[in-house]
Ligand binder design. Structure first.
Ligand code: SF4
Length: 387
């Protein structure tokens, strides 16, 4: 087998069928036995063993999280960014992007529409845009909590620890901050001016402040090998994330990585399935990127470990301007249709739309240990006292 997810290729032998079966059997009995080498073995599995991997991931998802699929409504409120990530269509140097910023009133209106459709989590996502100060964001979060009683997830990039604290005090429940790649050199090349160490520091702060923390990575980044991908997955466990987004790299034509091949659908699904085996109770979305590289991508994600869908509820007028990668699905789909399509997909799999907020539980870094939260105002344990 060629160990190639992006540009670099090294040759490795595909593991023998009994080897894959032994790793799967061990992981099904006790997920804590799944080592980095075991993860690599599963990522290298051949076609027949891959079906067994997907079935095992689906079994683990069912055992630990049941049939619920949680809906998280994303509002992409600003496509302005101070960073210049080489893979991202919103990068600072991309002069072809028509930049926008939603007013707080527009954000609230979009959230109201989503809440009226039964969406109980609002994800506020943007580029790294300092024009939205922590005070401004805190004001928006407070209004969301008071008026709509929704759970709030933030995905607004690197901020100071004081900002994170303020936003948490304002009521933010969760924070998504992808590590993208666990290889320090690759990280520094792909995200100029930033370091993996810096990103990990931010993730630790978020954890310390009691957020439910999400991270994640891309599959098929130029320069990524299967060994690096195994490290990406192991890092999720080391961090003790409560959520993890794993999606394919999709090259954007207006970035320095234009022309590189996109990440492979099957390898992305394998990475998702292995993550489910490693982290049985962590929330894993069937990502929009998965649905963008293949029309059946999200359904297949739900069948190999995923338990979350994130319908886009950004006002239609702005949708097409928020393209980290091209060909994003749902650019012209109104919130009502986005949410209904997600519900129809969930029901077609004999699963149920998640009731309640679908909070994740606090995970101790390096373990799979969690505790259950189930009230409307619940917080990740350990959060309040650290504020
Ligand atoms: S990936 Fe995020 S931080 Fe990097 S350029 Fe794109 S929006 Fe900005």
């Amino acid at each position: 087998m060629s160990e190639r997810t992006g540009c670099r290729t090294t040759t490795t032998a595909a593991p023998a069928e009994p080897e894959v079966a032994a790793v799967l059997s061990g992981a099904l009995t006790d997920s804590s036995t799944l080592s980095r080498d075991g993860v690599l073995t599963l990522l290298q599995a051949g076609p027949a063993e891959t079906q067994a991997l997907f079935a095992a991931a689906d079994l683990v998802r069912g055992r630990n999280l049941g049939g619920e699929v949680h809906l998280r409504g994303i509002i992409e409120f600003s496509n302005c960014c101070v960073n210049n990530c080489r893979y991202c269509g919103l990068r600072r140097d991309n002069g072809k992007v028509a930049r926008y910023r939603l007013e707080p009133a527009e954000i609230l209106a979009a959230a109201r529409e989503a809440a009226a459709l039964g969406v109980q989590t609002i994800v506020l996502q943007s580029g790294e845009d300092p024009c939205y100060t922590a005070d401004m964001l805190a004001g928006i979060i407070q209004r969301l909590k008071e008026e709509l009683a929704v759970a709030v997830t933030l995905s607004v990039g690197d901020r100071s620890k004081d900002d994170y604290r303020l936003l948490r005090r304002a009521g933010a429940d969760r924070y998504l901050l992808k590590h993208e790649t666990a290889a320090p050199g690759l990280f520094a090349r792909l995200r100029p001016g930033t370091t993996l160490t810096g990103r990990l520091k931010h993730l630790h702060w978020l954890k310390e402040l009691g957020y439910q923390v999400g991270s994640g990575n891309m599959v098929g980044l130029p320069g990524q090998t299967l060994s690096i991908l195994a490290e990406d997955i192991m890092l999720l466990k080391e961090l003790g994330v409560e959520m993890a987004g794993i999606g394919p790299f999709i090259p954007h034509p207006d970035t320095p990585l234009a022309g590189h091949p996109a990440g492979d659908l099957d390898l992305t699904l394998k990475a998702l399935a292995v993550t489910r085996l490693l982290l049985p109770q962590t929330h894993l979305p069937a990502t929009t990127a998965l649905g963008s590289i293949h029309p059946d991508g999200r359904r297949r994600g739900l069948l190999c470990g995923a338990n979350v869908i994130m319908p886009n509820v950004t006002p239609l007028a702005y949708r097409a301007r928020y393209q980290i990668y091209p060909g994003k699905t749902g650019l012209h789909t109104p919130p009502l249709e986005s949410v209904n399509a997600a519900k129809t997909l969930i029901q077609s799999l004999d699963r149920q739309v998640g009731a309640g907020y679908g909070h994740a539980c606090a995970v101790k870094p390096g373990t799979n240990k969690k505790c259950r939260l189930d009230g409307p105002g619940e917080r990740a344990p350990g959060g309040r006292e650290n504020l």
